[in-house]
Ligand binder design. Structure first.
Ligand SMILES: C[S@@+](CC[C@H](N)C(=O)[O-])C[C@H]1O[C@@H](n2cnc3c(N)ncnc32)[C@H](O)[C@@H]1O
Length: 382
């Protein structure tokens, strides 16, 4: 496909997303209907669509309207080449600009690409970093790997990745983390990944897991395990523990046994957690506001009502897990959100309902430190 044909395809897909279709579904529908497109075209289209959603409001302002066409005019105005080279109307290219489109005068400054209703909470949570974090959310997220220390050192993992065409660099923040510099689309097929030397995991949750004190024999429960990212990260750090995983929707843990086998880790699935635990990780469902670089359509779909439902669900989950802790046990509350309602305020409310717990550590990360927005509070019972 020519660059102009890719822009035409992005206009079609973006119009579907703006009409309410989830981004992944709209991209899949386009791929199925466009058998002529190669993997390079599909990847380029994905980049165009996700890039436009990250900067939805500023590109709409640059392009003269919140439509697929407006967003792509904004994108070409921002990044080039020239509008005349793309909007030619020839072949599969989009039609030439109208007089009104050509005469657009964008506002200065451009919009900050935050939903209006959320801006006050964003500013309250992030203070003088609010603008910088909003800007960071308009950029593509790096791909991070976690080196499985029981299989390889970071240097060994980097060498095996290099043989598969993937270049990585060490993270200054954490010895076991590698940032993918090139070849990110090859990771899931690489031998380093298939042999369990590395796992895909963002830097911030890796840093959160690294803050937890572990010891052989510890009974650990990952209560909202999903694909098991936290359970696997902890099992890799301290192989002598008894690690269990639970999720209210057990189907979400379907990949966990295969991931654990790849990593050589032992994780027991518990559909109904029994007994008590020394460490319970509650990586609760949240707005995902820390990960909007990866899921930019979620930024525009979230509503105030959904956020308050999530806050209520998080509080219920915290109350459930409080009962699963052994005396003196540790509750590690995690979200991939930057919003106070889901983070510090949620923990304050928990502590006022459960005076037997005390906060021993609290840490928040934003894209300004390299990974996604993420939050950890460690709450000790007794
Ligand atoms: C943020 S995701 C977890 C991601 C996962 N820990 C990982 O690292 O890949 C939240 C998970 O919580 C689960 N969940 C939602 N409500 C729950 C509840 N009441 N009890 C346990 N798990 C719940 C969801 O099914 C979802 O898989």
């Amino acid at each position: 496909m020519t660059p102009a044909a890719r822009i035409s395809a992005a206009i079609t897909v973006l119009d579907q997303i703006l009409a309410g279709s989830p981004a992944e579904q709209a991209l899949l529908r386009w791929s199925r209907a466009s058998r002529f497109a190669g993997s390079g075209d599909r990847a380029a289209l994905r980049d165009l669509v996700f890039g436009a959603l990250r900067q939805r409001d500023s590109l709409a302002a640059l392009g003269g309207g919140l439509t697929g066409r407006g967003l792509m005019i904004g994108h070409v105005r921002q990044s080039g080449p020239s509008l005349d080279a793309i909007f030619t109307g020839e072949g599969h290219a989009p039609s030439p600009l109208t007089e009104a489109e050509a005469a657009v005068v964008p506002p200065d400054p451009l919009p900050d690409d935050l939903p209006d209703w959320l801006r006050p909470a964003w500013r309250q949570a992030l203070g003088d970093q609010a603008d910088a974090v909003a800007l960071a959310m308009t950029q593509r997220a790096p791909v991070w790997l976690r080196v499985n220390g029981s299989r390889a050192t970071p240097e060994q993992a980097a060498a095996v990745l290099a043989a598969d065409g993937i270049t990585v660099e060490a993270a200054p923040q954490l010895a076991s983390a590698l940032r993918v510099v090139s070849g990110d689309r090859l990771v899931a097929r690489s031998s380093a990944y298939l042999d369990g030397l590395v796992e895909l995991q963002d830097l911030s949750p890796q840093m959160a897991c690294a803050r937890l004190s572990l010891a052989p024999g510890l009974r650990v429960l990952d209560y909202c395990a999903g694909g098991g990212g936290k359970a696997l990260a902890l099992a890799a750090r301290q192989p002598g523990m008894q690690v269990s995983a639970h999720d209210v929707a057990p189907a979400r843990m379907a990949d966990l046994p295969a991931r654990a086998a790849r990593a050589g880790a032992k994780v027991q699935i518990q559909t109904q957690p029994r007994g008590t635990f020394d460490l319970v990780v509650a990586d609760v469902p949240c707005s995902g506001s820390g990960t909007w670089r990866r899921t930019p359509d979620a930024k525009w779909r979230l509503t105030a009502a959904q956020l308050s439902d999530l806050v209520a669900l998080q509080a219920r989950i915290l109350d459930q897990v409080a009962a699963l802790l052994a005396p003196g046990g540790l509750l590690a509350y995690m979200t991939c959100s930057v919003l106070e309602a889901e983070n510090g305020d949620q923990v304050d409310a928990f502590l006022s309902r459960h005076p037997g717990f005390r906060r021993i550590d609290q840490q928040a990360w934003t894209p300004l430190t390299g990974g996604d927005g993420f939050f950890l509070a460690q709450l000790r019972q007794g």
